[in-house]
Design a protein around this ligand. Structure first.
Ligand code: AMP
Length: 185
């Protein structure tokens, strides 16, 4: 099994849910940039205030901020990691390749969760009710989908060319999807 993973997919695909379970199962670190940013907001720092404004609109936080988060988290992840929510732009993917080279991290696998757009919206609206995440309202969800299609989706081509992309059908129960993921890692 590979213990250096990236979980990829549109908002609502189940990245966070699956990443958490995979991390537990493999005994590796779950590195979520979204979670790290939400913690920064909770801390009440100046940076957190800036981040909150951007995140609540469904826009992307600057590369500078997220790359710093990822660099630090990778340094601490001695037993392996699953990256969740990063990279989100081609620029981030390229920087990440550089960080991997620098840190001598090889043999990454990218898991792409595939879910219909209609199902994604349904899941996000449902999550809005359950978790009350500030960025799970209809307008923000629409923005995040647009950002995904415009900025994040092109990364799939990048990883497909490198040859480490694993497409996983992301519909069905959490357990069903987890089973499919574990088969390909
Ligand atoms: P997530 O928890 O992965 O859905 O991320 C929630 C929000 O955090 C996103 O809509 C962005 O505003 C921000 N965010 C998370 N990861 C990144 C990233 N890699 N680059 C830029 N912004 C990010």
């Amino acid at each position: 099994m590979v213990n250096r993973l990236i979980i990829f997919g549109p908002p609502g695909a189940g990245k966070g849910t699956q990443a958490k379970l995979i991390a537990e199962k493999l005994g590796i670190g779950h590195l979520s940039t979204g979670e790290a940013l939400r913690n920064e907001i909770k801390s009440g720092s100046e940076l957190g205030k800036k981040v909150q404004e951007i995140m609540n609109k469904g826009h992307l936080v600057s590369d500078e901020i997220v790359i710093e988060i990822v660099r630090g988290a990778l340094k601490r992840a001695e037993k392996g990691f699953i990256l969740d929510g990063f990279p989100r732009t081609l620029g981030q993917a390229e920087v990440l390749e550089g960080i991997f080279r620098e840190m001598k991290i090889f043999g990454i696998k990218v898991i792409n969760l595939e879910v219909d757009e209609e199902e994604l919206i349904k899941r996000l609206l449902n999550r809005a009710k359950l978790e009350g995440r500030a960025d799970d309202n209809e307008q923000t969800i629409r923005n995040r989908m647009n950002v995904y299609n415009r900025e994040t989706k092109p990364i799939l081509d990048f990883y497909s060319k490198i040859g480490n992309l694993k497409n996983v059908f992301g519909m069905g129960s959490v357990e069903e999807v987890l089973g499919r993921v574990l088969k390909v890692v």
